[in-house]
Design a binder for this molecule. Structure first.
Ligand SMILES: [Fe+2]
Length: 207
């Protein structure tokens, strides 16, 4: 059984996550904020850090894990121009050299955490290599879907066409799937897919 710890931060209204198997204390950390170190207990076994995409607000805490755990992102997020731009911005924000990211994750890849299997869903649209992480009842949705909206597509690497396909994929998930988004731009920090359906249908029409 997995415990989801959501970490809200005032900087960028980011939501980072520690996903922990309650029996083994094995964890993955998703989109770590700058202050992530305060939330990591010494008895946690960090299997991996996963960036849902590499916009600098989602990678600020990577540096804490340098040399301690693999830091992973989707293979399509490797685009050189975007990588250089994002790493440069990240260095300005953290005043530290960014930790190396391994661009190895792919669509459908399975990550085992205790007895639970987490599936990587490639959901481009906000960025070419944006991903969501799914296991029954839960979706870590990065900047693809928020509790009250969707991620921007009018930025370098964004695509309305890809976002539409990604939203369709997310709408195929069961109604009782809880979305854990990458930001809290509205008043809600989380929502069920069934609550988001009307909004997602609206975006499918206008994109
Ligand atoms: Fe983003």
């Amino acid at each position: 059984m997995l415990d989801v710890r959501q970490i809200p931060t005032s900087q960028f209204m980011l939501l980072g996550y520690i996903i922990k198997d309650v029996h083994s204390n094995e964890c993955i950390v998703v989109d770590p904020p700058r202050e992530i170190g305060k939330f990591i207990d010494p008895d946690f076994s960090i299997k991996a850090v996963i960036n849902t995409h590499i916009h600098p607000d989602h990678t600020l805490g990577n540096v804490f894990f340098k040399g301690k755990a693999p830091i992973l992102a989707h293979e399509t997020e490797k685009n050189l121009m975007l990588r250089v731009f994002n790493a440069g911005l990240g260095t300005v924000l953290t005043k530290k050299m960014p930790a190396p990211i391994q661009f190895t994750l792919s669509e459908g890849e399975k990550i085992c955490l205790g007895q639970t299997i987490i599936t990587v869903m490639h959901t481009p649209g906000h960025s070419p290599g944006s991903i969501c992480l799914y296991w029954p009842g839960n979706l870590i949705s990065g900047d693809t879907v928020f509790a009250e909206g969707i991620g921007r597509t009018d930025i370098p690497g964004g695509s309305n066409v890809q976002m539409k396909k990604s939203l369709e994929k997310i709408m195929d998930l069961p109604d009782d799937t809880r979305i854990w988004p990458g930001h809290f731009y509205g008043n809600k920090y989380t929502a069920l897919i069934q609550e988001c359906r009307p909004l997602l249908q609206y975006f499918l029409k206008i994109l």
